[in-house]
Ligand binder design. Structure first.
Ligand code: NAD
Length: 349
């Protein structure tokens, strides 16, 4: 299995492998870049089909975190960890503590947080063995009503990002009567629906889990939509908040929304779909820029949490997007390409 010649290897600073024979833990940590600060990133637990698949994921995701932290204006680098195994059957408290010991061996160059397959309780177990954890609410954060769940901050950041996109594309500050389609009304999508509803937007929602849609109808008067019809709706904004890779050769030609702005990670199925959106006249808010609210919140959860500071920082997501949109117009390049260049100017300077 190549590492330095791996297609996803991008001058990562650290790639560490660990096996703990007492708990069966098999894990990898990748730290991509620490020029701005320690590599922060979630710990994903997943039954990877092969060690190669786990390596590919940790290399790709840690690199993404460097770009995300840089454009979010955080003094943080990019890192990620993966545990090979099915979280529903293989996870044990001792394994999580062993993961904490692994994180500790890197001496703070990697800071672990939750991701799919792990939760705040797991991070608490890791924290018994390492100080280098993020996303655990301190006393001030708990008093401010935070639990370590990043979704509320992510949803608010996406809302500010939609405001910036509407201002740029439609030339208006007011969201009253704006028509928004949301794909996936889970932790982030449901809260985003709440912010949009409060601002006077009309909502169309779909979800593979029917009760989530029912809740959105009851709470916000949303219109339910069958899953496959969400792309072609006659709306102003399409907000993907469920899965990645949904902007592809099949969905992009269906889009009637002039703006795509949502929380889902890795929305473009392939790089060239950014160009396809540009050619169709769709303003795309790069996913890692608009969904950075969660890591911004985690960044502040360490000490003396103050929601007004977090909220001010979340607003800057809108400012950053406005700069991305303006440069994209000026240079005729997809917004994702511009965002990457802006991030590289920050972390590679
Ligand atoms: P979630 O699991 O709480 O919600 C996702 C929702 O999408 C669920 O209700 C699920 O039933 C639904 N769904 C799944 N497949 C679907 C499909 N094909 N069509 C329609 N709906 C479908 O997850 P979340 O925390 O709300 O995160 C949503 C997205 O945002 C994910 O891509 C996640 O990686 C990304 N994200 C989340 C955060 C965060 O703070 N939670 C931060 C950054 C990015």
């Amino acid at each position: 299995m190549p590492v330095f010649n791996h297609p996803e290897f991008d001058a990562h600073e650290i790639v560490a492998f660990h096996h703990d024979r007492h708990t069966g833990l098999k894990a990898l940590i990748a730290v991509h870049n620490t020029r701005l600060g320690p590599g922060l990133g979630g710990c994903r637990m997943y039954p990877y089909a092969s060690d190669e698949a786990a390596l590919t994921d940790v290399l790709r995701l840690s690199r993404g975190m460097t770009y995300k932290a840089a454009l979010a204006g955080l003094k943080q680098g990019g890192g990620k960890s993966v545990i090979i195994g099915d979280p529903r059957v293989a996870k044990t408290p001792e394994m999580m503590r062993a993961m904490g010991r692994f994180v500790e061996t890197l001496g703070g160059q990697y800071v672990v947080a939750e991701d799919s397959g792990t939760n705040v309780a797991d991070i608490h177990l890791m924290a018994e063995r390492t100080r280098h954890v993020g996303g655990l609410a301190d006393a001030a954060a708990t008093a401010a009503g935070r639990t370590g769940d990043p979704s509320p901050a992510t949803a608010l950041g996406v809302f500010y990002g939609i405001q910036a996109a509407v201002r740029h594309k439609l030339g208006r500050d007011d969201l009253n009567g704006l028509r928004v389609a949301i794909q996936g009304v889970g932790n982030v999508g449901f809260r985003l629906a709440g912010h949009l509803h409060a601002a006077g937007a009309q909502l169309w929602v779909t979800d593979s889990y029917a009760p989530a849609v029912e809740s959105c109808i009851a709470a916000y008067g949303a219109h339910p939509v069958v899953m496959e019809s969400i792309y072609g709706l006659d709306v102003d904004v399409f907000a993907p908040c469920a899965l990645g890779a949904i902007l592809d050769d099949a969905s992009i030609p269906q889009l009637r929304a002039g703006i795509v702005a949502g929380a889902a990670n890795n929305q473009l199925a392939a790089h060239y779909h950014g160009q396809a959106l540009l050619e169709r006249g769709v303003l795309y808010a790069p996913d890692y820029v608009i969904n950075a609210g969660g890591i911004i919140d985690i960044y502040y959860e360490g000490a003396n949490y103050d929601w007004s500071v977090v909220d001010a920082h979340l607003h800057r997501i809108g400012d950053t997007l406005a700069r991305v949109f303006e440069r994209s117009d000026a240079e005729g390049l997809p917004t994702g390409v511009i965002a990457d260049r802006m991030a590289e100017d920050i972390f590679a300077a």
